[in-house]
Design a binder for this molecule. Structure first.
Ligand code: HEM
Length: 502
């Protein structure tokens, strides 16, 4: 009996020792990264992760104190690097892009939802998919999407107008904007009409349940550990059941969409200008070794949804938030839009017309500077590296924090923290801005493939709203930021809305 107790005690001591070594002794005293300056860890569980995601001011102080290469601690206290040095960023994102992969944590669920489409493909697989997909995103194809953006913008405008006409002036715009951009990406991405602005839909519901469930500790824990212990997803609890049901709906609907398009392509009838039709038509012309598989094509559907839906609606939300806070900027933008499109019932801009509006362009750039929906990107080094004279071993997690780079006073001046669209017209400031210190769409080989789609869609939806409505903050309604997984207004963007009378 005593022996059994000793054995169990010994076993427990070994486990405690191993955990202590992994999350305390190694990260603090042994890792080669300990020689790199940085803040002390704030928690054995979160490390400095929460601060990095939510406290830009503290991070800016770290940059002043420790420089552009900062050691910090990730979840479970694991040592990692924050990189703000633009030369090193260029190496990671461009010159040696395939030496840095996405870290495995949090990846299993994302891959279960979106598969190894473009966002989650690595190495040669990514190279092949990207080469094949680039032609679908050329200028001329995006021009063809403009009528769809305008059509959805009119539906959005009518629904908000109906509310205002009913005397409901305080409106939750998050829900409208999210539905509008979902409808847009469904139509331009794979010619699928979610119609979510006006009805419910099983794919929209599955997608919503997977991406917008509340951030409980259990959900985050399962999400994190499922990358290392996949069987966690097999435990029969509600969170896992919902997850599996959601993935099953996405799989079934995406498969059907690809099959239908394949059939149309075989009989030579696939004339659609949506991205999936373009991809299938491009795929037909490629040699076998460059072709996308059926599964890869199916994965792109969810990839477009995940990458292109909320990112765009959140950007419009923040723009409206700032414009409601600063009415003179809202007036300036409205003047520009009214001047370009005097008759609001015939708002029908072309791609070139909408992109020629100077102040609108400044508003989108400034919104994406202060509130890039993707706050940070992470990579894992697959080789030993030397950064700024420091040895960085293989398997180091590296974070590039866009929101901090976008607020550095040495680039953006003393008003870096303020929303000021006109800064983009100041040549002395703009000369400091490069592809590797202003990164709302990333840069280099893995930069956002949909950035022109997003910018044009943003401009058309925002112009439609500003042309038709006046937005003001609701007294006493406090809007905060929810940082994870994307930086969005919390609890939602609620604004007081009235009609522009003439
Ligand atoms: C304002 C809207 C958008 C923002 C701010 C944005 C931002 C980004 C960022 C930062 C990345 C790089 C992520 C990383 O590697 O960690 C990215 C990648 C990507 N985005 Fe976007 N995006 C937006 C809209 C869109 C749209 C509309 C689409 C599709 C039509 C799209 C498709 C993609 C894809 C496929 C990738 C992966 C590219 C690759 O790895 O080669 N995005 N986006």
């Amino acid at each position: 009996m005593l022996d059994l107790i000793s054995l169990v005690s010994f076993f427990i001591l070994v486990i405690i020792g191993w955990i202590t070594y992994k999350i305390y002794i190694w990260p603090v005293y042994i890792t080669p990264l300990r020689k790199i300056p940085g803040p002390p860890s704030e928690s054995l569980f979160y490390g400095n992760f929460k601060t990095i995601m939510t406290e830009e001011r503290t991070c800016l102080k770290w940059v002043q104190k420790y420089g552009n290469i900062i050691k910090h601690h990730e979840i479970l206290n694991q040592p990692a690097l924050l990189i703000l040095d633009t030369k090193i960023i260029q190496d990671i994102l461009l010159n040696h892009v395939y030496d840095f992969i996405r870290p495995p944590y949090m990846l299993a669920d994302a891959i279960a939802i979106a598969g190894r489409g473009l966002v989650f493909a690595e190495g040669e697989n990514h190279k092949r998919q990207r080469k094949m997909m680039n032609p679908a995103f050329i200028h001329n194809n995006i021009k063809e999407m403009v009528p769809t953006f305008i059509r959805v913008a009119f539906t959005l405008k009518s629904l908000i107008e109906d509310k205002v006409n009913l005397g409901e002036s305080e409106i939750n715009l998050t829900s409208y904007l999210s539905k509008a951009t979902l409808d847009v990406i469904g139509l331009v991405g794979f010619n699928y009409d979610f119609n979510s602005l006006t009805s419910s839909n099983e794919l929209a519901e599955a997608y919503e349940s997977l991406t917008n469930a509340p951030n409980s500790a259990l959900r985050i824990g399962i999400n994190y550990f499922s990358s290392f212990i996949p069987s966690i997803r097999e435990i029969p609890i509600d969170i896992n059941k919902q997850f599996k049901n959601g993935c099953a709906v996405i799989d079934r609907v995406s498969k059907k969409l690809v099959e239908e398009k394949y059939k149309a392509a075989e009989s030579g009838e696939l004339k659609g200008k949506d991205l999936l039709s373009l991809l299938i038509n491009i795929n037909k012309t490629l040699p076998i070794e460059e072709k996308m598989t059926d599964n890869e094509l199916k994965y792109q559907i969810m990839t477009f949804l995940l990458a292109g839906h909320e990112t765009t609606s959140i950007t419009i939300s923040w723009a409206l938030y700032y414009l409601s806070k600063y009415p003179h900027m809202q007036d300036l933008l409205r003047e520009e839009v009214v001047k370009a499109f005097p008759d609001k019932s015939k708002f029908n801009p072309t791609f070139d017309e909408i992109n020629s509006l100077e102040y609108l362009n400044c508003v989108v750039k400034e919104t994406l500077r202060l509130n890039p929906p993707v706050l940070v990107t992470s990579r894992l080094s697959t080789k030993d590296e030397v950064f700024g004279g420091y040895h960085v071993p293989k398997n180091t997690v590296i974070m590039i924090p866009f929101s901090i780079l976008h607020r550095l006073p040495e680039i953006w001046g003393p008003t870096a923290a303020e929303f000021d669209p006109k800064r983009w017209l100041d040549p002395s400031l703009i000369k400091n801005v490069t592809n590797f210190n202003y990164l709302p769409f990333l840069a280099g080989t893995r930069a956002c493939i949909g950035n022109k789609v997003a910018l044009t869609e943003f401009k058309i939806l925002l112009s439609m709203l500003i042309r038709n409505f006046v937005f003001k903050p609701i007294e006493g309604f406090n809007i905060k930021r929810r940082f994870i997984p994307l930086d969005k207004p919390d609890p939602y963007l609620g604004l007081s809305v009235s009609k522009v009378e003439n």
